[in-house]
Design a protein. Structure first.
Length: 244
């Protein structure tokens, strides 16, 4: 099944006016989630995949490579652009790292803490996915705010309010877990399993958003752009050994 291009049906591109009111763009959300060292962003490479934006690449980012445990400069890696039609509306860039150059030459001042860097970057990417879901919810609210059905505002229908409440519950849970280090430290469940569970809950929240958005939820320049970017993050972070 092909996904409709919203340009063909008169909707505006994904971004600040995507639903009629200001909504953060996908690229803004990713750039805001970045860790920065010496003012330069640090991009996580896991499974050989990197998500970036034109602005991040232009800034000459550091590459924190999960598999090798090293931090590289952008010029030290071979980053091949992967074309992805579904990512185009969001403005995200997808790269595959196929070659590392001068492996011994890395950002040596941080090498003793690379493991911590990787864990921190994974948390930031999970935070980015949570923010994508939050922005998608705002798009849904904006989209439905001018609609009526059954003689009343669509947003006032009990089913709609219940679905929005389900999404809000997931967002509250995700934000609480990510911000409360004490909860993670005291839990008998590993942080990896907890992260996997959060991703699975966000999957359901994104599905709810697309249902609430109706046709608007499946347009490439609308909610679907946020959903697809979020799925790309999940695919990058949840490596096969984490499945259970």
């Amino acid at each position: 099944m092909s996904v409709l291009n919203s340009d063909e049906v008169g909707t505006v591109p994904v971004g600040t006016e995507a639903a009629g009111r200001p909504v953060p763009t996908v690229t803004d959300l990713l750039e805001a989630a970045m860790l920065r060292l010496d003012t330069r962003p640090v991009l996580l490479c896991q499974g050989g995949i990197i998500l970036a934006t034109p602005e991040l690449v232009k800034s000459g980012p550091w590459i924190c490579h999960a598999e090798t445990g090293h931090i590289y400069e952008w010029k030290q890696v071979r980053a091949d652009r992967v074309e992805d039609r579904m990512l185009e509306p969001s403005g995200l860039l997808l790269y595959r790292i196929s070659e590392l150059r001068n492996e011994d030459v890395a950002f040596f001042e941080r090498q003793d803490d690379v493991t911590g860097d990787i864990a921190g970057l994974r948390k930031r990417m999970l935070y980015f996915r949570t923010e994508l879901c939050s922005a998608g919810l705002e798009q849904v609210r904006n989209h439905l705010s001018s609609r009526n059905s059954g003689g009343q505002s669509t947003l006032q229908h009990q089913l709609v309010k219940g679905m929005i409440a389900d999404v809000l519950t997931v967002l509250y849970m995700a934000e609480t877990i990510q911000s409360d280090e004490f909860v993670l430290e005291q839990s008998d469940i590993s942080e990896t399993r907890t992260s996997t569970w959060v991703h699975q809950e966000l999957d359901e929240a994104f599905r709810q958003l697309q249902r609430l958005g109706g046709g608007f939820g499946y347009l490439r320049h609308a909610i679907s752009a946020y959903v697809y970017a979020g799925q790309m993050v999940k695919n990058m972070l949840l490596i096969p050994k984490e499945a259970f």
